[in-house]
Structures are given as C-alpha cells and as structure tokens.
Design a protein around this ligand. Structure first.
Ligand code: PBG
Length: 326
C-alpha cells in the first residue's frame, strides 16, 4: 500500500506554512505612482480605484503612505501638461518626472525609485517613438530614450525601466549612462512586453492611447513564446540587469520560460486591466477581492517572478505582514 498521504502536510496551518513552496516578501513589491505636472494636486484616478495623481510637490505624501505599508520601491510615470511630436517633456531637465524624483529623494532618500522610460505619455500622437507617416521609427527614437533615461538618473532615479519596445534601446541607454558617469545604475528592461488589451485603464490614466494605428509593430504578438526568449536574450546581451514580463496573469508560462532561459532577476508587471478585473468582479459580488488578490499574486511568484509590480503592492504588503501569504 502506498503510504504517501499528501493530506498530512495540510493538516493544520502550522504545517501548511512550514512546507510552503513559494515564499513572498514585501521587499519584492513595486508600486506604480503617477505624477501629474502642476502643483497642489491629489486627484483620484477614476480608472484605477485607490490610486491618485500627485503633483511633484505632493508626491512625497504617496511615498510616505507606501513606506508606511512597508513598500520600499516605486515605479514612476509622468503626466505632462503639454505633449509634442518630439516628446520634449520626457527628457526636460525640469520635466514632471524629474521634479517628482527630486521631491521624493529630498524627503525620502530610502525609497527606491524606478522610472518608466517611454515617450508615449509625452508624444502628441501617443506612440512610444518618433513617427514618420504611419511608421514608428526605431533607430531615430533611441537617442530620445537614452536622453530620457539619463535625465531621470541625473534627477536621482535608482533604476531606469525602458518600456517602449524599440530594438537596441537597452544598449543605447546603457552606453549613454556609462558615458555620463552612471555605469552603476541598473536597467530593468520591459524585455517581454506584449501588445495587450489589459493596458486599457492605464492608457486612460496617462492619456496615451495612440492617435492612429496600434502598438503591434513594436509590442509582441501574444501568440508567441519563443520570441519572448529571443527578446530576453537580446536584452541580456545589450546589458539589461533585470528582465520584465508584462502583463502577468495571462503570461505565467512566459514568466516561467524566461526565468528558465536566463540568469537575471525576473520582474512581472500585473497591469491595470488585471487590477481592474479583480476590482470589478469583487464589486459585482462575484469574488472576494482580498482572497483573489492574494491568490493571483502568489501565482505570479510561483511561476517564477522575483519582483512583482502591482497596483495592489500596499495591500499585498499588509497580507504578507499578517501572514496570509508568504
Ligand atoms: C508605457 C507603458 C504602458 C504600461 C506601462 N508602461 C502602456 C502601454 O504600453 O500602452 C501599461 C501599464 C498598465 O496597464 O498597468 N509604454
């Protein structure tokens, strides 16, 4: 008779916790934060319940709140007043993100600042690069991305995270940072970013819905996984320090595969649409928000994520503290 009884290890909470296979720590959570140009702003974001736009002078309040929850890393996005074809707001010395970083670092130098490096919030057409006719130009976009990353680091960012999906952008950013004395600043590359409808709420938040066409000529086709490895290995080669897979919940196989085929830390971005689905289903009385938040976050870690970027970072940090997960 087979004497293996799996239920022995499920008998009580102590034994279940002792034998857990996936350990989760709050130090791996990253909270997205949106900074809006202007002053005195704290405005609820309609499409991202529980999140606010803060102006640079007010953003330290968001940081204080995150730190109180035990969240020690943020991913910063900017919403500029003016947009133009050259995305000048993205790399302006006194741009909205640059101002925000300085304000945060003055009050809370211990908060780790990761910045999203992209042009789509700053271009009048909402695309992530320079445009000619209907084409999104690759090589012409690279210097603008490099300039943007450099301006963030000069302002005090700890890590830059390019999310544009242009070819060779990691190399361009690495070279630019190195030439300017920032060879110590890591790049978290959105290496595997799919053209996804789960970004819907986010595009409302930052007003970056493309004015024409879509992002399919630069973001990945969701039918593909071998291409994910190709993208990841290219970014490793170009000098990335951390690789990101995005979105997360419909791409757990991709997280697992990228982890198996590289030796860098893997970040997973559970995006705005994933957050919105849990919120909406909970509101409709269909699921328990807290329980589903915990279960889906652990699923992402179980797939192999080392870092989780999520709009639930604060609540998850609490859940870890309470011992409900981790
Ligand atoms: C910028 C960017 C996007 C997201 C993160 N960085 C939007 C996009 O590519 O359209 C999406 C984040 C989310 O949905 O939570 N390129």
């Amino acid at each position: 008779m087979n004497s293996i009884r799996p239920r022995r290890l499920r008998e009580n909470e102590n034994i279940r916790k002792l034998t857990r296979e996936t350990r989760v720590s709050a130090s791996s959570l990253v909270l997205p934060v949106f900074i809006k140009e202007g002053s005195g702003i704290k405005e609820e974001i309609k499409s991202l319940e529980g999140h606010y736009y803060y102006s640079p002078d007010n953003v330290p309040y968001a940081i204080e709140d995150a730190l109180n929850y035990g969240v020690r890393s943020v991913l910063i996005f900017g919403i500029p007043k003016e947009k133009d074809v050259l995305a000048s707001g993205a790399y302006a010395e006194n741009g909205v993100v640059q101002q925000g970083i300085k304000a945060i670092k003055t009050r809370f130098p211990e908060m780790m600042i990761i910045t999203d490096v992209c042009l789509c919030e700053y271009t009048s057409n909402g695309h992530c690069g320079m445009v000619s006719g209907n084409k999104i130009l690759n090589d012409e976009t690279l210097p603008y991305l490099a300039k943007t990353a450099l301006s963030h680091v000069i302002a005090g960012a700890d890590v830059v995270a390019p999310s544009d999906m242009m070819d060779f952008r990691v190399k361009a950013i690495r070279e630019c940072l190195d030439q300017n004395g920032f060879s110590d600043k890591p790049i978290m590359s959105y290496a595997v970013k799919y053209a996804s409808s789960f970004y819907g709420p986010f595009r409302d938040v930052v007003g970056s819905t493309p004015a024409f066409g879509d992002r399919k000529s630069y973001q990945m086709d969701y039918h593909n996984i071998r291409e994910a490895i190709k993208e990841a290995l290219l970014d490793v080669d170009e000098g990335a320090d951390i690789l990101m897979v995005k979105p997360a919940l419909s791409y757990l196989d991709v997280i697992k595969e990228v982890k198996a085929n590289t030796n860098l830390p893997i970040a997973a971005y559970s995006v705005s649409g994933e957050y919105g689905m849990i919120k909406a289903a909970a509101k409709a009385g269909l699921i328990n928000e807290y329980a589903v938040m915990c279960e889906s976050a652990v699923g992402i870690y179980r797939a192999g994520a080392d870092i989780l970027i999520t709009y639930y970072a604060r609540e998850l940090s609490d859940a870890i503290k309470k011992g409900d997960i981790g």
